[in-house]
Design a protein around this ligand. Structure first.
Ligand SMILES: *Cc1c(COP(=O)(O)O)cnc(C)c1O
Length: 364
């Protein structure tokens, strides 16, 4: 399996944990799912997924949506009125990567706080809540991301979450969790369960298409009343899917089979981090907490150059910030693939400009 030359055609895709494809058993669950018309509320597979996920987190109801962007955007819309302010970190997905949706969908402005690798504190939030004079935007909502994406897979401690929750309750603010990778946080922290998080947050967004390996889908969880309003907002955004049970079946499969194994992704991310530390072209590797590895390149190396060079060797990586590359482990990257990727990274010499363009077809 060892690719002695570049022409050996192995591609390991570490750009994101969204790149996974459904395994045969997941596909089987999908094609054999009982379905109805979910816009009429009678798709049994969607209904089962929504109620199982809600029960897991101790919430009354759930809403299945095409994407995590949509679950976040619907949550923001249903928690706020136009002109309100939403507090989040300066690297939050809702602020950076949702197409300005907070403004265009809800007429809400973001109050972004400088973060410690994507994490913000109760003290910072308390200081950012506007007083009620008419000159101020009304602070209405706090959104936390757990784990953080641009922050590099960091997660909140239980004590910080409880402090922020107590603050929001005392000040009458809604608290939303962007839990795109919430099961990674639960697995890594071992300090809180889904039920604990259901107590801490008013609403929770959970992605099925990240570490859980589904081709599509996210869930918004909350009170019955909130989810009734969210269902209307989903329809208005064009997110009502008729026979959605075919894709919801992937979600049911993932909740059952793909949560426990997330610790493997974390171990493999750790292995990548270890392999990268101390390499000549690496300035710094951020501490690896879950399945994301952020590497600062030694100047003058540029992410685009590195991405191209590694791609020619069969390894795909991404970049979310100047001077850095990002590697994300997931369900479709097994131990062999990680061992191979570690070797490619260790053997890499920036000056060594590979001419052979032959990159492959065999996908891990
Ligand atoms: C991926 C992600 C989302 C949702 O992304 P979609 O591609 O719209 O499903 C939301 N928040 C965070 C932190 C993410 O990483």
């Amino acid at each position: 399996m060892a690719p002695a030359t570049i022409a050996t055609t192995i591609i390991v895709d570490l750009r994101s944990d969204t790149v996974t494809r459904p395994c045969a058993d997941m596909l089987y669950a999908m094609v054999t799912a009982p379905v109805g018309d979910d816009v009429w509320g009678d798709d049994p597979t969607v209904n089962q997924l929504e109620s199982e996920a809600a029960a897991m987190f101790g919430k009354e109801a759930g809403l299945f949506c095409p994407s995590g962007t949509m679950t976040n955007q619907i949550a923001i819309k249903c928690h706020t009125s136009p002109g309100d302010e939403c507090i989040c970190s300066d690297s939050a997905h809702i602020f950076l990567y949702e197409g300005g949706g907070m403004a265009s969908n809800s007429g809400v402005q973001a109050r972004v706080l400088p973060s410690d690798r994507g994490l913000i504190s109760a003290k910072q939030i308390a200081a950012a809540i506007n007083s009620c004079g008419i000159v101020y935007a009304r602070t209405r909502l706090v959104c936390l991301e757990n784990t953080t994406n641009k922050g590099g897979g960091t997660y909140y401690s239980a004590s910080t979450l409880r402090e922020i929750s107590a603050l929001c309750k005392a000040r009458g603010l809604a608290l939303h969790l962007d839990g795109a990778r919430i099961f990674n946080a639960i697995e890594a922290s071992k300090e809180y369960t889904p039920l604990d998080l259901g107590q801490i947050f008013d609403t929770i967004s959970v992605c099925l298409s990240k570490g859980l390996g589904c081709p599509v889908g996210s869930l918004l969880l909350g009170s019955r009343d909130f989810i009734d309003r969210a269902r209307r907002a989903r329809k208005a955004m064009g997110g009502g899917i008729h026979q959605a049970g075919f894709i919801a079946a992937a979600g049911l499969f993932a909740l059952k089979h793909n949560i426990k194994r997330l610790s493997e992704d974390h171990e493999r991310a750790q292995q990548l981090g270890n392999a990268l530390s101390g390499l000549s072209w690496v300035e710094k590797v951020e501490p690896v907490e879950t399945n994301i590895v952020i590497v600062t390149l030694r100047p003058p190396l540029e992410p685009t150059f590195m991405q191209e060079q590694l791609k020619r060797r069969g390894l795909l990586v991404s970049s979310l910030a100047a001077g850095t590359i990002r590697l994300v482990t997931h369900l479709d990257v097994g131990q062999d693939a990680i061992d191979w990727a570690c070797r490619v990274l260790k053997d890499f010499v920036p000056e060594d400009d590979v001419k052979d363009e032959a990159v492959s077809t065999a996908i891990y």
